[in-house]
Write a protein that binds this ligand. Structure first.
Ligand code: BDR
Ligand code: CA
Length: 308
């Protein structure tokens, strides 16, 4: 079994990504750390625990950072709903939070299993930056970290230049990107257009008739509606599940190359922009494997496998 740790600001698309990992046959999710992002961290932890229980698992869920390192918290209720789960108001989870802080729990887990735990980040990188500051040895003890964040081109979903997860805590992202941790970046531009679930795709998922298939669409109903009204696109973007698909089956990423990547923290115009030195003009050592293209039918089948 492959060991995974998921760091997440659990709202609707995070929940789907979590269930994918929990349902994947050769993956054991050893822990879930929550972080302030889409909604306050306490709400993220409720949503993560609900998702774990729905999957019939007892994966420990830890409470993590309540604020970005320097910035004020910025939430995304407009996209994920007042509860982060499309306003579904799911019942409170029965199992309590796991004891201890998420950052220490991540450090302890990685040190207990050096070289064995794949990290998947689905939210702002606050917890991971704090973990690496407290325990820099983690950079060598985590074999790979898949990051849902940023974009390879100048493209964003919260500003024209920045993707939400990096924008929320750009200083944390900068620390992580320069930590020596092996990173695979799944940028936001891979998670739109044809990669979105179209209305026909969503009808297919409904047709599975399972609790998890319904859950994956219901908890995203605000995201579907917002995408329809805001971007005039009647489709469901699922950035965290796309990233999880790449982590579960790296062959979902069909074009990937290593580059020096930095994060903009000084400008308000381009705050949180991930700047990829694609042509190597800076002549600096590569620090990120940038994913440029995914196999879209394969990503969707990876998702569907876990919902049927
Ligand atoms: C990312 O931002 C959040 O709203 C989503 O959960 C995803 O992690 C996409 O930019
Ligand atoms: Ca997320």
């Amino acid at each position: 079994m492959r060991k995974f740790w998921i760091d997440t600001d659990t709202a609707s698309d995070d929940a789907v990504a979590i269930l994918m990992a929990l349902r994947w046959p050769d993956v054991d999710v050893v822990g879930i750390s929550t972080v302030s992002g889409n909604v306050p961290v306490e709400m993220c932890a409720v949503n993560a625990r609900y998702t774990v229980e729905l999957c019939g698992k007892d994966t420990p869920v830890y409470l993590g950072a309540a604020k970005p390192l320097l910035r004020e918290a910025s939430y995304a209720y407009f996209f994920h709903g007042p509860d982060g789960m499309g306003g579904m108001n799911y019942p409170a989870p029965r199992r309590p939070l796991a004891e201890g802080h998420a950052v220490q729990a991540l450090i302890d887990a990685v040190r207990a299993h050096p070289g064995e735990i794949t990290l998947v980040t689905l939210g702002p990188l606050t917890n991971v930056a704090l973990a690496l500051a407290l325990a820099p040895d983690l950079a060598q003890k985590i074999p790979v970290c898949y990051v849902m964040g940023g974009a390879a081109a100048t493209l964003g979903n919260v500003t024209p230049a920045a993707e939400f997860n990096i924008w929320v805590d750009p200083e944390a992202a900068k620390m992580v990107f320069h930590s020596g941790l092996r990173l695979v970046m799944v940028g936001w531009e891979l998670c739109r257009g044809e990669a979105n679930l179209s209305e026909a795709d969503m009808a297919e998922v409904r047709g599975f008739g399972t609790v998890l298939a319904d859950f994956s669409l219901d908890c995203n109903r605000q995201a579907i509606e917002t995408n329809r009204t805001w971007l005039k696109d009647p489709a469901l973007p699922l950035p965290d599940p796309v990233t999880m698909a790449v982590a579960l089956d790296p062959s979902v990423s069909v074009r990937q190359s290593s580059h020096y990547v930095d994060v903009e923290i000084l400008s308000e115009v381009t705050r949180g922009m991930t700047v990829v030195d694609e042509r190597g003009v800076l002549n600096r050592a590569a620090n990120v494997e940038v994913c440029w293209e995914i196999d879209i039918p394969k990503w969707k089948e990876t998702l569907y496998r876990t919902l049927r």
